[in-house]
Design a protein around this ligand. Structure first.
Ligand code: PEP
Ligand code: MG
Length: 763
């Protein structure tokens, strides 16, 4: 194939995918695929067979070229026919003369005897077969390599769109047929618990695609709001045009005229108004009109006109920003509401009344994402990484969240609802049974104390931490109060935050970790754009580069400890000895400044986090410079295994019981022991019952976990002796894969009478 032909194939591919993404429903999406592909490849037939989730059979769902009446009728098992062969082999099959093949099966209703050549490629997503894409031609000829790779590429790109369109179609059905009840979506377990509630979609300001569907409460009012937003946008653009007169060449400023023209055009304004009249709220109506226009432009052959699609999107965002400011505030968050979003972050949490929050569902992220960690701290169930979730279509739908297995059900039926009510009850009973135990100190059967402390980050969760049996705060993530503001908090503001938490736990220790932003924790007012944020400017790297921010925070921590000497300070993301030394120099400087100002403040205990593999190998050297170490297994495991803790696609590879992570923890425990310093584990591994046995065997001194996990963690500690934990650790050292290690430890939990804590998943 020539370069020009390849380029045009790429163009076709891009356009088909875009059109499919914008299709109104699932069947339109399928129709677009088969018609476009048949035309682009100049062949007789293009068909799509999809695997039915219920019967497991391959059903002909759309075809251009086969008889219309066969669609929805023809179906086969994966052991039947050529389509079944493509599905079971999960690879393309390209035949010059299909009827000669022993697996050929003739379906009279399709009329396909006229077609000799056959090419089928599987449609696969995350190792799961969704269906088969087939092209056929009357001549006996093998399809060339370019055709094969075109279809493979198309199949791979369409898999996500097909899943999403299928899901949207099922939940959007107005008639509650049996098949549309309990529509299930699979994600990753984020925080344990189950919940039933109404979905509330979190959308970021001025992001068109995340605007949810919502019924207009007052059509006239919505129309007026839309007109006002268009007028305001027009004023803004005219203003821009005037201000750029001296700076931009005339041809660049034509863009503003184009914007003004579009704003006055029939298409954008009138079609949006029509949608509002049909019952959508203004933002949702605008979203649909913009999508529609974008599709028209993207479809154009002319490259210049295609570029205009971006302008329409930009214009849409501008109008939207005038529409939204007063929205949201009057939008009541329902009791037990389920917060649903494309990529939820801690700042989204700050916007909802926590006491009414029933559960969290995020299309992106994993159980190690910070929002999931916060959900656990708040005892709110969470499901993460629900790929292809049509977020904007979920607004106000009844949703059932299973945070244990990472499942989401839309329109739950009565049986499923009853089943979950039972689960909630059992859960509550277990909690109540453990309540007394939570208040006991944590010690192994042979009497070794292994204090269990709380991880915290929100002022709102101090109270629950106090009553939860926590023996202090092992990790206070100070970035959280930074994230929920619109500027850096000042020194006195910080003093107040830290003072409250120190006072609440005094005399128990409270470990305040210095600012750990970067990675997936962005400050809205301090944007950092990086290709690999987890390998970039985060934690101590950023604060050492900004001593003014760091010193303010250290001074605030020290000042807050004036009446509460239970402060401990912890430095995150330490990778080199120099970083630790520099951080200590700044801490001493902050204290000296305060002494000069007349504040008598004792030096707090200082710790370093071990969460970068380099620190594992330097552990003894680092430990000699500080009073304690704290292992951040969330990051340590992500860096050791090279698995992004937020990436749902590789979440199955993230396993804290990987032999390498166990070995790393042993090295840390040994290094700390040689330096004579205590070591605690504050990552999520510390609340995994199976992993706790190993940590006890290694001689880890204390654990810091989400408040909701404290009672269970204490239960595990109190059920094992040091000898038994050491013996189990020795057995695990001989095992080579995480699955075997988990089952060995799960058996040990069952034997110790803790079967109720065994979970299939991992942390
Ligand atoms: C960790 O990395 O394990 C940790 C406790 O820190 P964070 O989850 O805040 O990165
Ligand atoms: Mg970390």
């Amino acid at each position: 194939m020539t370069t020009a032909a390849t380029l045009s194939m790429l163009g076709v591919l891009r356009r088909v995918v875009q059109e499919v993404n914008g299709a109104a429903d699932f069947f339109e999406a399928l129709h677009i695929i088969v018609t476009r592909v048949r035309a682009a490849l100049d062949i007789d037939v293009c068909s799509i067979y999809l695997k039915s989730p219920r019967s497991g059979r391959l059903v002909l769902m759309a075809s251009e070229g086969l008889r219309e009446e066969s669609v929805g009728e023809v179906e086969m098992d994966v052991s039947e026919g050529l389509v079944g062969l493509v599905a079971s082999r999960a690879e393309p099959i390209n035949l010059e003369n299909a009827p000669d093949h022993p697996r050929y099966r003739y379906f009279p209703e399709t009329g396909e005897e006229r077609f000799l050549s056959f090419l089928g490629v599987p449609i696969i997503q995350q190792r799961k077969l969704l269906g088969v894409l087939v092209v056929q031609h009357h001549e006996a000829r093998r399809f060339d390599d370019e055709h094969v790779s075109f279809l493979i590429t198309l199949g791979a790109q369409l898999a996500g769109a097909i899943t999403q369109a299928e899901f949207t179609d099922e939940i959007a059905s107005e008639t509650p047929q049996i098949s549309h009840v309990n529509v299930e979506a699979t994600g990753i377990a984020g925080a344990p618990g189950v919940a039933i509630g109404r979905a509330v979609v979190a959308y970021r300001l001025a992001q068109l695609d995340s605007i949810p569907d919502r019924e207009a409460r007052d059509i006239d009012q919505e129309l007026a709001r839309f007109t006002a937003a268009v007028t305001a946008t027009r004023g803004e653009i005219e203003d821009l045009k005037r201000r750029t007169e001296q700076v931009l060449p005339a041809e660049e400023r034509i863009l503003f005229d184009a914007y003004l023209m579009l704003l006055g055009s029939d298409s954008l304004v009138h079609r949006t108004e029509a949608r509002i009249r049909a019952g959508q709220w203004a933002a949702g109506a605008l979203r649909d009109t913009v999508r529609e226009s974008v599709r028209v432009f993207e479809d154009m052959e002319d490259a210049y006109l295609r570029e205009r699609a971006a302008d329409i999107r930009d214009l849409g965002r501008r109008v939207l920003s005038h529409l939204l400011p007063d929205e949201g505030s009057d939008q009541e968050f329902p009791d037990g509401g389920i917060l649903v979003g494309e990529d939820l972050t801690a700042s989204h949490l700050a916007e909802v009344p926590i006491e009414r929050l029933g559960a969290i569902v995020s299309a992106r992220g994993t159980g190690s994402s910070h929002i999931a960690i916060l959900a656990r701290a708040l005892s709110v169930p969470a499901v993460m990484g629900v790929a292809d979730l049509p977020v904007s279509r979920l607004e106000d739908r009844e949703v059932l969240v299973d945070g244990y297995r990472g499942r989401l059900y839309v329109n739950p039926g009565p049986e499923l609802r009853a089943e979950f009510r039972r689960l909630v009850r059992e859960e509550r009973e277990l909690e109540e049974g453990l309540r007394e135990l939570a208040l006991e100190p944590a010690a192994t059967r042979d009497g070794r104390a292994v204090p269990v402390l709380a991880n915290s980050g929100l002022l709102a969760d101090i109270k629950p931490s106090l009553n939860s049996g926590a023996e202090g705060v092992g990790l206070y993530r100070t970035e959280v109060p930074f994230m929920i503001r619109d500027r850096f908090p000042g020194e006195e503001e910080q003093v107040e935050i830290y003072r409250q938490i120190l006072a609440s736990f005094d005399p128990m220790p409270v470990t305040l970790r210095t600012l750990d932003v970067g990675g997936d924790k962005a400050l809205p007012y301090f944007p950092v754009q990086e290709d690999n944020p987890f390998l970039g400017w985060r934690g101590i790297r950023l604060t050492l580069d900004h001593p003014e921010i760091f010193l303010t925070q250290l001074r605030a921590m020290l000042k807050a400890s004036r009446e509460h000497p239970n402060l401990q300070i912890l430095f995150p993301m330490i990778t080199t000895l120099e970083e630790l030394k520099e951080a200590l120099v700044l801490l001493n400087r902050a204290r000296d400044e305060l002494l000069d100002e007349g504040f008598l403040i004792p030096m707090p205990r200082v710790g370093a986090m071990v969460e970068v593999p380099a620190a594992v190998y330097l552990v003894e050297t680092l430990a000699r410079r500080v009073d304690f170490l704290s292992v951040g297994t969330n990051d340590l495991v992500q860096y050791l295994l090279a698995v992004d803790r937020n990436n749902a696609r590789v979440a199955n590879l993230y396993d804290t019981l990987h032999p390498a992570s166990i070995r790393a923890l042993e090295l840390i425990a040994e290094g700390a022991r040689r330096a004579g310093k205590p070591v605690s584990v504050c990552g999520e591994m510390a609340s995994d019952p199976a992993a706790i046995i190993l940590l006890l065997g290694m001689g880890i001194d204390s654990l810091s976990v989400s408040v909701s996990a404290i009672a269970r963690v204490k239960w595990v500690i109190r059920s094992f002796s040091t000898d038994r934990a050491e013996a189990l650790l020795a057995q695990c050292r001989l095992l080579e894969n995480p699955g075997q290690i988990r089952s060995l430890l799960n058996n040990a939990l069952v034997q110790a009478g803790l079967g109720g804590l065994v979970r299939a998943g991992k942390n």
